[in-house]
Design a protein around this ligand. Structure first.
Ligand SMILES: NC(=O)c1ccc[n+]([C@@H]2O[C@H](COP(=O)([O-])OP(=O)(O)OC[C@H]3O[C@@H](n4cnc5c(N)ncnc54)[C@H](O)[C@@H]3O)[C@@H](O)[C@H]2O)c1
Ligand SMILES: [Zn+2]
Length: 541
């Protein structure tokens, strides 16, 4: 039975997605099948899946509990295909029409029939949306709406967000001349949420900026810590937004702080009046290269990280690297792990820069490297095109980190595709972060680094990279001040992580390095290979 399920998942990964995301859509036939599987063997569906995951991982057949039926001759192997058809349509519709929609005389009209573009008047505005109407045998009607929603937002570098002569923080989110004019003609109101540590350092400049521009500010200096990252704090922000009475289109909420602040404010703005624009001003490296640039926001819920959240991008993210100058080395290394991730998965130049300048980047806090550091950096190896001796390495590194990250995020803002190279370093680290939560607090980036180090050794064991590249990767991680090993990262954790991965990603889809600045997704990682990597790893670090 378990093998049958394994076959089903291999042949039709969407079945697993469907089961997880929309169990009510699974045809009764499939449900019965699943229930038989669980019921007759007295195992829960979760246990069955767990075993399936392990079975899938193994190159050598793993002994499960009973002899497995041959995989190929299983009549149920085609079930998944049937399931999909049935789940989509129930009984087949007897009639179906796709209607285009067009706007004329202040109202929307549907074209009467499929494939008659001439039915749309030449002066009408045609929508990207489609309305499909169906009729079933019993006369019941169905409408299906397909409505592409486009997000447009800007991620912009700024040398000094609080320069008094700059109004980018106030108006940079507006994209039309009309909106800009409207915004400038009215009194400015902003809810500004600032991380308390950031306010202690930059409060005077923040206050001076808004005073200079004559903005009515509702300032909220909050302890935006991981422990406080919850719905209560989001509601507190929503309340302030409500009290100030901002214009929903023109007056964005402003978040100034680390990733925690970005996430809470983004979430509060996303749910207030269903969506209120917000601006992110990240002040940590993690915020700068990761938490600010995508669409995700969220708060912790029921003890789980980011369990409540939204996919609404900010109207604008303003990246000012001068904030990084007040971070300690550990915070910088933490953020650098996400940069290293992008380098390893897709950018040779970025890798080369980190390899050459890693220690200087951390030491000089991603500010322009002074002459001495340039010289040292230049001696290490080939100087990449970052100006004289690498002085511009920090800005080039930050640029490439954002650019590569956005290339991967923009086509998949809602994470519909599970084929995400940006999950690199995030497969095993989740287990590690949880395992050491109460003993040895690891920063997220540190756990990611340990995962990347393990994956480096694993890729080597699998014959994907050379020993030379493996050692360069480990040395680069170390150069960035990141851990490359953790004693708590053991076989049980690896097995659990692989199981979780198969369960939630409908297949392993695990990114591993294949060459300098290149990675691919793999589905054939076996526990034997993981064991071999686990054994070799401590000898390399
Ligand atoms: N939405 C996303 O896509 C996304 C991506 C990555 C991370 N995150 C989230 O981000 C959070 C982690 O972010 P983080 O690492 O920035 O942590 P953080 O927000 O807790 O900030 C780390 C510490 O640095 C302090 N700080 C911030 N700016 C400073 C500055 N300029 N100088 C000195 N100290 C400063 C903060 O007060 C805090 O103590 C997590 O909650 C994570 O879930 C979200
Ligand atoms: Zn991460």
């Amino acid at each position: 039975m378990i093998a049958r399920m394994a076959v089903l998942m291999v042949l039709e990964p969407r079945l697993a997605t469907l089961t997880y995301a929309a169990p009510h859509l699974i045809a009764s036939q499939a449900l019965t099948y699943t229930m038989q599987l669980s019921g007759s063997r007295a195992v829960t569906q979760d246990q069955a899946l767990r075993r399936t995951a392990v079975a899938l991982m193994s190159v050598e057949p793993t002994p499960i509990d009973s002899p497995r039926p041959p995989r190929t001759a299983d009549p149920n192997m085609y079930l998944a295909t049937e399931v999909e058809e049935v789940a989509v349509a129930g009984e087949a519709a007897v009639e179906s029409h796709v209607n285009q929609l067009y706007y004329k005389d202040n109202t929307w009209h549907a074209t009467p029939q499929d494939g008659h573009p001439e039915a749309v008047p030449s002066d009408a505005m045609v929508s990207d949306a489609q309305l499909t109407t169906r009729t079933y045998a019993d006369g019941a009607k169905e409408w299906e709406i397909e409505s592409p929603i486009t997000f447009q937002y800007r991620v912009r570098e700024s040398a000094d967000v609080f320069a008094l002569d700059s109004d980018v923080l106030l108006f940079g989110h507006l994209t039309t001349a009309e909106d800009l004019l409207r915004a400038k003609l009215r009194a400015l109101k902003r809810v500004v949420v600032v991380d308390d540590n950031v306010y202690a350092l930059y409060g005077e400049r923040i206050d001076a900026y808004f005073a200079h521009h004559d903005v009515q500010v509702k300032l909220m200096v909050l302890e935006t810590t991981e422990e406080n990252k919850d719905i209560q704090m989001a509601l507190q922000i929503a309340e302030a937004v409500h009290e100030l009475g901002i214009d929903r289109r023109l007056d964005p909420v402003i978040a100034i702080g680390g990733g925690v602040c970005m996430d809470i404010v983004g979430f509060a703005a996303s749910i207030y009046r269903r969506r209120t624009p917000y601006i992110r001003v990240p002040t940590t490296l993690m915020g700068y290269v990761d938490a600010s640039v995508g669409a995700k926001s969220g708060v912790n819920f029921l003890g789980k990280k980011n369990k409540l959240g939204c996919y609404l991008p900010p109207a604008l993210a303003l990246l000012d690297r001068s904030f990084l100058a007040s971070l300690d080395a550990r915070q910088l290394s933490n953020g650098a792990a996400e940069i290293m991730k992008m380098a390893m998965v897709k950018d040779k130049e970025l890798f080369s820069l980190l390899e050459q300048h890693g220690p200087s980047l951390i030491e000089h806090k991603f500010q322009t490297l002074p002459a001495a550091a340039e010289g040292e950096a230049g001696e290490v190896g080939e100087v990449v095109s970052v100006g004289e001796g690498g002085a511009a390495a920090p800005s080039r590194v930050l640029f490439l980190a954002i650019h590569t990250m956005l290339q991967e995020l923009a086509p998949n803002l809602w994470e519909d595709s599970l084929e995400r190279l940006v999950d690199f370093g995030h497969v095993f680290s989740m287990e590690l972060e949880m395992a050491v939560l109460h003993t040895d607090k690891l920063y997220h980036g540190e756990a990611v680094a340990v995962d990347m180090a393990f994956c480096t050794v694993l890729a080597y064991v699998r014959g994907q990279i050379t020993a030379e590249y493996r050692d360069r990767l480990l040395a680069t991680l170390r150069g960035l001040g990141l851990p490359v090993f953790h004693a708590g990262f053991d076989e049980a954790m690896v097995e659990e992580a692989l199981y979780e991965r198969v369960k939630f990603s409908s297949g392993q889809k695990i990114p591993l390095p294949t060459a300098e600045g290149e990675s691919r997704l793999f589905n054939d990682i076996s526990m034997d290979q993981c064991r071999e990597a686990l054994a070799l790893w401590p000898t390399l670090v």
